[in-house]
Design a protein around this ligand. Sequence first.
Ligand code: MF3
Ligand code: CO
Length: 261
Amino acid sequence: MIYLKTDEEIELMYAANQLVGKTLAEVSKHIAPGVSTLQLDKIAEEFIRDNGAVPAFLGYGGYPNSICTSVNEQIVHGIPSSTSILKEGDEIAVDCGTVLNGFVGDSAYTFCVGEVSPEVRKLMKTTKESLYVGIQHALEGHRLGDISNAVQTYCESRGYSVVRELVGHGIGHVMHEEPEVPNYGRRGCGPLLRSGMCICIEPMINMGSKNVSFEKDGWTVRTKDRKCSAHYEHCIAIRPDGPQILSSFKFLEEVLGDKAI
Ligand code: MF3
Ligand code: CO
């Protein structure tokens, strides 16, 4: 069942997602060599609570923290830890969710730790661009596969691979609603896109092969070949006049300045 949201509900989704954007900005201020991923988690949790919201990830399916921190070969769902210390040249995907006024916000961004290699930077840039290419296809009357295919084609034509085991999702009162939003697929296939649909599009793109491994901690997903992976996520609403991005990278890009990807 795909729940279509009213304008009022989309307004509340917007508020929850804007707070995620501001939380990612707060976290981004502290991303530097020598910082632990658990420190970043604490900063995010405090910021979310100070703003009258609750971390959406904490306790979700038993997840132990407020953000996911996935470094280098980690794709998604990396668990923050005091022993995971960022070092110069790493890239770190930070995924964050909030619950505000009964609605969930969910967004992710991959950051550089100091200077990353040109190869990794290119992976990050392409992954981020593919997110916006996907969003451009989130049009009323089109099909979900149009979004999926656009992301896949954009990344594969640039020599990268698309993770299959993890997908984006519908979102609303809960973090994961129907439909699933794969980053691969066929044009003209899948559910019809309708005004009022709220979905998270979240390309997870690998430098090497698409194959993944699941770590023994029960959460962390990494590349099998241990090459780098990047992850960006926006929550969007499909509206009569086109897609509306409910989350925002504006706040973190203000912090990053000319260091933004
Ligand atoms: N953005 C991720 C997702 O859409 C975050 C979920 S992490 C979890 O699945 F721990 F909360 F599950
Ligand atoms: Co998500």
